[in-house]
Design a binder for this molecule. Structure first.
Ligand code: CO8
Length: 259
């Protein structure tokens, strides 16, 4: 992580705080930034001492989208052959450990899509979300027509994707795009506190819960319910279940082994 130019990574106890740091371009997601983010997320997955992550940007911008300067000269064969830009981008969506987006300022285009790849979004009251791709002759390409529609429904998604207009934090919360809105100066603390809470629970239970909620977006209800039940039963094979329930009954704090 120390070799990254555009990504900061800072330990906060059992949480890794990952920061997009390309202020000159409002954290536009250039190739190098994307590669660095992939490297940092791989390291988080591999490190047993990290239980959850927070992904954030600056006060002014979470990320203002894919890098338009890099995209402008590309043609169909370029983007098709390199599978622009999804292959490396989907790394965030493939995280097994929980990852919370802490959004302040602009989350536009690929920036909004990146935030939606996280498990949930905590927004500062200054956050602005949008899918402005239509205004530059393209359309969302990393989930903006899919994850957004599942989050906010057809009407609001069509409105945002077809007009390119931005919504503020309040409208984003009302629409179900973000989980909570907090004052700007409390954003990082609130997100790290949520991640710390998650990191303190039984690791297998957390991963199974995340995987099960994720299934709600990929399968019909009956399949999702079956998957949930299998995971629920499997949780009874973990040390966390024995410890968590024993601690409750003994009126003491649980100490999870991570198994
Ligand atoms: N790409 C490259 N550079 C950018 C981008 C971007 N997306 N956004 C901002 N910048 C640069 C500006 O060019 C400017 O650079 P310079 O100082 O060298 O001129 C600097 O950041 C500051 O920006 P502004 O001067 O424009 O700042 P303002 O405060 O006036 O405006 C805005 C802020 C409204 C956010 C404005 O910068 C803006 O509209 N940016 C573009 C937003 C946009 O259209 N985003 C969507 C891009 S398309 C996309 O994301 C497709 C995704 C497809 C899937 C791939 C997944 C990644």
């Amino acid at each position: 992580a120390e070799l990254c130019e555009f990504i900061g990574a800072e330990r906060r106890g059992p949480v890794m705080l990952v920061t997009l740091e390309r202020p000159k371009a409002l954290n536009a997601l250039c190739d190098q930034l994307t590669r660095e983010l992939t490297t940092v997320l791989d390291a988080i997955e591999d490190d047993d001492s990290i239980g959850a992550a927070v992904l954030t940007g600056s006060t002014k911008a979470f990320a203002a989208g894919a890098d338009i300067k890099e995209m402008q000269p590309k043609g169909f064969a370029d983007v098709y052959l390199e599978d622009f830009i999804t292959s490396s981008w989907e790394r965030t969506a493939r995280m097994r450990k929980p990852i919370i987006a802490a959004v302040s300022g602009y989350a536009l285009g690929g920036g909004a899509e990146l935030a939606m790849m996280c498990d949930f979004i905590i927004a500062s009251d200054t956050a602005k979300f949008g899918q402005p791709e239509i205004t530059i002759g393209i359309l969302p390409g990393a989930g903006g027509t899919q994850r957004l529609t599942r989050a906010v429904g057809k009407s609001k998604a069509m409105d945002l994707v077809l007009t390119g207009r931005m919504i503020d934090a309040e409208e984003a919360e009302r629409s179900g795009l973000v989980a909570r809105v907090v004052p700007a100066d409390a954003l990082i603390d609130e997100a790290v506190a949520a991640a710390t809470t998650i990191a303190g629970f039984s690791r297998p239970a957390v991963l199974m819960a995340k995987e099960s909620v994720g299934r709600a977006f990929e399968t019909p209800l009956a399949e999702g319910l079956r998957f949930e039940r299998r995971m629920f039963h499997a949780a009874f094979a973990t040390e966390g279940q024995a410890e968590g329930m024993d601690a409750f009954l003994a009126k003491r704090d649980a100490h999870y082994s991570g198994r």
